[in-house]
Design a protein around this ligand. Sequence first.
Ligand code: HPA
Length: 245
Amino acid sequence: MTVAIIGGTGLTTLRNLEITHREVVHTPFGEPSGPITHGVFHGREVMFVARHGYGHNIPPHRVNYRANIWALRHLGVERLIAVAAVGGVSDAMTPGRIAVPDQIIDYTWGRGHTYFEDDLTQVTHVDFTHPYSEDLREAMIVSARAANLDAVEQGTYGATQGPRLETAAEVRKLQRDGCDMLGMTGMPEAALARELEISYAACAVVANWAAGLRSDVISMDEIEANLKVGMDAVRLLLAELIPRL
Ligand code: HPA
């Protein structure tokens, strides 16, 4: 099966990826975040794309999610691993830790969020009861255990619009809704992968406690430091995971 990784904040390049070539793909939905990188990672061929661009200059609400997912599908990708930074809401979601969410609540708006809107012969719906592919989630959990990573093995990902962080009151509301973690890129990415029948799971990296939960304000230095720790864990996870797929 052809595998790809979408890297988020803190993972714009994949160390240990022996790059073979980069491929520019134009899609009916516009341009992806950058050329698709092809390479070999721990003995296995993978593709990689940096969600926010290789220069980390595309904010979450401007990412062309449709183009990214379409391009990967066009290149034959069947399994997709998304890496994304989140703010921690529930007690287990301590900064620096990684989590494998099993549910999503979508609070985003104004993003190109479906392939099924123009030139349809018939209105199309997809089942999204379980937004992440359980087999891929399971592989991620087994790999995290093998790498002694103490990952949080389930949780609800609240997809917020960004690019600003939330207010303390918004976080209290999102907590009441049942969100365990908050990120800005989980949707529509997961739904688009489902529409194109790509198996998709996410590895969330906790960058900070969500607003108002543990500190008065959130500093960007704190986010950066936690992401550094978290992304080292992600690299260990991927080193276990990729050869298993
Ligand atoms: N909220 C939303 N997205 C995020 C956060 C947060 O606190 N931290 C990193 N991505």
